[in-house]
Design a protein around this ligand. Structure first.
Ligand code: HMG
Ligand code: MG
Length: 298
């Protein structure tokens, strides 16, 4: 076991992963207000939107309007998802300074989610990363379905290691390992993390757990014990991928912050302000928050 980190950087994905699965189109002004409220909580990385095909993700067709409308707070990064060069160019046209590319460890999920094989998707990222390096734009890389796939079931750990190390070698500064359908349990999460850490430095790894089966906090803890210090989460526990059957919300940021701060691990996040933002968002979405901490109060 490695030393537990003393600080954790939270990557807030609520405005992107959290909203992409919402059926009713949310006004751009609401998305902008969400991101501005999140910026005021002390979060340093807030994924803002996706420049994917609007036919595939209609909810985020307003990506340019949202990205342009947010009040960018100094010291906060606002990465955006891009699936290809077209997405990268759209993102750059509105001034994005950090992008995220996303590949899958499962061949079946890759086809459903981005209409390409894993290798084809990685080929598409090569020019994106080359342009980004020339433009001084940071690139984060996601690997989805790292603990199981809704279409092919088991995902061999060797496939996760291969995709993660390929993205890292291409120039992604950080690799976020995604349990897209929230199927993992702590021992498997730890084993997967250790295998990836054999090829990619631990300092370049992040974890991204959906909480479909209530395992996310336990899985995060197992990965923190392995030295991971970057955790993706979504305010109010919103989230899911329309192309991953059964994928429900991301782990709630409120619950992650509560756990970490309770263990003496600093996040820099103002928990009451975050809870207020999550409750405001669940009001906008017309349903109860998924954050246990917000429901119980601190
Ligand atoms: P495709 O249909 O194969 O694309 O989609 P294409 O290259 O054949 O182009 C078809 C049309 O799409 C063309 O327009 C293109 O211009 C347009 P037409 O000529 O028909 O009018 N197009 C675009 N338009 C705007 N922006 C673009 C873009 N690219 C093409 N960037 C594609 C391939 C990858 C584009 C599509 O499958 C796609 O956008 N998929 C995105 C799906 C998605 O966003 N999924 C959720 C995010 S992943 C996730 O949630 C997991 C994660 O959270 C981690 C985890 O939980 O594990 C990250
Ligand atoms: Mg996700």
């Amino acid at each position: 076991m490695n030393d537990m980190p003393r600080h954790v950087r939270i990557v807030e994905v609520g405005a992107r992963d959290g909203l992409q699965n919402e059926k009713t189109i949310i006004p751009a002004a609401t998305k902008i207000e969400l991101i501005d409220r999140l910026s005021a909580t002390g979060l340093r990385t807030i994924e803002a939107t996706s420049f994917v095909s609007p036919k595939w993700i209609p909810q985020l067709a307003d990506a340019a309007e949202v990205f342009t409308g947010i009040a960018k707070k100094p010291g906060v990064s606002y990465p955006v998802l891009v699936p290809n060069l077209q997405g990268y160019e759209r993102a750059r046209a509105v001034g994005a300074e950090e992008v995220a590319v996303f590949a899958a460890a499962s061949e079946a999920f890759s086809r459903k989610n981005i209409n390409a094989s894993i290798d084809e998707s990685i080929e598409r990222f090569v020019p994106v990363i080359e342009h980004a390096q020339a433009d001084d734009v940071k690139v984060r890389g996601y690997v989805s379905t790292v603990l199981g796939c809704p279409y092919q079931g088991e995902v061999p750990v060797a496939d996760v290691v291969r995709v993660a190390s390929k993205l890292h070698a291409l120039g992604c500064y950080e690799i976020s390992l995604g349990d897209t359908i929230g199927i993992g349990t702590p021992a498997r999460a730890r084993a997967m993390l250790r295998a990836v850490a054999g090829e990619v430095p631990r300092a370049a790894l992040a974890v991204h757990f959906h909480d479909t089966r209530g395992q996310a906090l336990a899985n995060i803890l197992a990965c923190l014990e392995e030295g991971v210090a970057v955790v993706d989460s979504s305010v109010s526990g919103t989230g899911g991928c329309p192309y991953a059957k059964g994928a429900t919300g991301n782990v709630a940021t409120e619950d992650v912050v509560y756990m970490l701060e309770g263990m003496g691990i600093a996040t820099g996040v103002d928990l009451p302000a975050l809870i207020g933002t999550g409750l405001w968002l669940s009001g906008q979405l017309g349903r109860e928050t998924s954050s246990r901490v917000a429901r119980a109060g601190v």
